[in-house]
Design a binder for this molecule. Structure first.
Ligand code: NAD
Length: 556
């Protein structure tokens, strides 16, 4: 389709919609797939703020600005399978010669030379139109709405239940802050895991969005109402979720004053960005918006101080019995900078609950149906249940997901699969497309939060056995292996999850179009990608990873 007509139909700012069905707009599925996924990231059902091209995670964008977005669309419509498009922080900057099994799009977002890698330098570049923040899956075009984080959150809460509560969260209270793009998965994950959930968000619109998508059950502006709903549900053993419009610190303070000690306490406010993410205590949303722009330095000071208070309250609740963990937003680091010297007295969720999964090459495998037809996802769900009958947890998840998850944008699914399982699933999906049981191609991708794709010392690589937390050769090797293997688009980002200076990570998405070419790429990519997790954890001295490495004959 000619770019002007296409943009009019699918990308009329701020209303973005991925095309659906089996008709191509681009020259092949290899370019149609990234085009659809880019637009899907910006679909108002998916993105937190399409007007600013913000997908999730504070300021995580899909493209640098409107003009650059339109250029990317135009390029993808025209690109053939012997070329690859280069994206630099959300801007199309060139096309290189390649071949049909090479990635069609090569993406680098938000990368800065280490000594310059801080928010101040980044914001300066951003204000001059030279960069954008890609978060993890925003700038790499494989964000799939809150479902993306839902299973990971569910797994974490379930692991926490197993570790501390004999496997059951019935009658237990889980408290957290932040109900945005990712944090919005917490209420549903918590109730799926069996607990009562009480979460605070300062922005009522964010909670309303969770109500619309059925991720949360109830909302109120009044603390006492939220508290009473929670206490009653705990007494009755009901698992309901409650969103309170409030600063999270204020909620914790009031719970402490009332002697209500959450069984589990964590946080997913956008603390990774103390200026454009976290809202300091005492400011209204409108005041925060104003101050961010008029005096970012003062805003940051207030934010850091607020985070120190917030973490101080978490530490008080920990002393009184709450199980407390950091949920990957770098809150502890900024609280430390704000004056809370004990902020690292609780651990992050990866060393606490997720690392054993990483040692098996497990991570957030996800896929989307480019047809737009939910039936295609149900067909893949069914195929996975047949392929992994022994995996009861997976089957339980897939059944619950079908029942409880409202699709946002293109229908998609996520489940954590490990070494061997990802390749098996990918090949099954390719056969489903080939046989026409699935009506149009699928794409398979994952979060950058994966077993072998990220260096993030306050999160995914916190407390590695050999102290190699900050070594970022690993995500670079992951990027290179996925490029060598023939993923359809690959990406390397800086700052996702925990903010500028604190992480580097790689992403990949691979097309499943039923062809032999796809089969070859899937065999390579879906082997190499989890194998990177095995290499990384085996090298760091994790016996569990060594065992999996031996089983799959990976070790050298
Ligand atoms: P988001 O920006 O969409 O949502 C953040 C929410 O926090 C917003 O709704 C905002 O109103 C709220 N908020 C900010 N300050 C607050 C305060 N003082 N009190 C109450 N609410 C406040 O971000 P997101 O996509 O939900 O991500 C949240 C954080 O989690 C980010 O730091 C992100 O990097 C991190 N994250 C963690 C994981 C993980 O696996 N654990 C994955 C992705 C992202």
């Amino acid at each position: 389709m000619n770019p002007t007509d296409f943009i009019k139909q699918y990308a009329k700012h701020p209303t973005y919609k991925a095309p659906t069905g089996h008709q191509l707009n681009a020259k092949s599925w290899q370019t149609e797939a990234p085009l659809r996924m880019l637009l899907n990231n910006l679909d108002e059902e998916v993105a937190e703020n399409p007007d600013q091209l913000v997908v999730y995670g504070g300021t995580g964008q899909a493209a640098r600005n409107r003009e650059n977005l339109e250029k990317i669309i135009e390029m993808l419509l025209e690109l053939d399978d012997n070329h690859s498009l280069l994206i630099q922080s959300g801007k199309a900057v060139g096309v290189v010669r390649s071949h049909p099994e090479a990635p069609r799009v090569l993406i680098a977002n938000s990368n800065l030379v280490p000594a310059w890698a801080n928010w101040e330098h980044f914001e300066d570049l951003k204000s001059r139109g030279l960069m954008m923040f890609g978060q993890m899956t925003a700038g790499s075009w494989i964000y799939i709405g809150s479902q993306g984080i839902l299973q990971g959150t569910y797994e974490t809460f379930a692991a926490c239940a197993n570790t501390h509560f004999g496997g059951s969260l019935r009658g237990k209270l889980l408290v957290s802050g932040g109900l945005g793009g990712m944090g919005g998965a917490q209420p549903l994950a918590a109730t799926m895991a069996g607990s009562v959930f009480l979460g605070a968000d300062i922005d009522p619109k964010r909670i309303e969005k969770r109500l619309e998508t059925r991720y949360i059950d109830k909302m109120t502006h009044r603390y006492t109402e939220a508290r009473d709903w929670a206490l009653e549900a705990m007494k009755k053993g009901e698992n309901i979720s409650i969103g309170l419009v409030s600063d999270i610190g204020d909620l914790l303070e009031r719970l402490l004053a009332d002697g209500i000690i959450p069984d589990i306490l964590t946080d997913q406010t956008s603390a990774h960005d103390p200026v454009f993410g976290y809202v300091p205590n005492g400011l209204s949303l409108a005041e925060a918006e104003k101050l961010r722009l008029s005096d970012p330095q003062l805003y940051k000071q207030k934010s850091l101080k607020s985070m120190a208070r917030h973490v101080g309250l978490m530490l008080d609740l920990k002393k009184r019995g709450s199980v407390v963990f950091d949920y990957g937003n770098n809150l502890r680091e900024f609280a430390r900078q704000g004056g809370e010297s004990h902020s690292f007295d609780f651990k992050g969720f990866v060393p606490e609950y997720i690392r054993p999964l990483f040692c098996e090459g497990k991570g957030p495998f996800r896929w989307a149906a480019l047809s737009g037809d939910p039936e295609d996802i149900y067909t893949t769900d069914h195929a996975l249940m047949e392929a992994f009958p022994e995996n009861k947890q997976l089957i339980h998840w897939l059944k619950q997901a079908r029942e409880k998850i409202a699709f946002q944008g293109l229908p998609c699914r996520i489940c954590w699969l490990g070494m061997g399982e990802r390749e098996k699933a990918g090949l099954i999906f390719n056969d489903l497309v080939k046989s026409g049981k699935v009506k149009a191609p699928l794409v398979i991708g994952r979060d950058h939060l994966d077993c072998g794709s990220v260096a993030s010392p306050n999160r995914e690589t916190e407390g590695m056995l050999d102290g190699s937390d900050a070594v970022s050769d690993w995500p670079l090797l992951n990027l290179m292996s996925n490029t060598a293997g023939g993923a359809t688009w690959v990406s390397f980002h800086h700052g996702g999850g925990v903010g500028m200076g604190y992480s580097q990570h790689a992403g990949m998405v691979v097309l499943v179009d039923g062809t032999e070419r796809a089969e070859k790429c899937l065999r390579r990519v879906l082997h190499n990608d989890p194998a990177m997790g095995i290499y990384r954890h085996h090298d760091a001295g994790y016996e569990a990873a060594t065992k999996v490495g031996e089983r799959f004959d990976l070790l050298i």
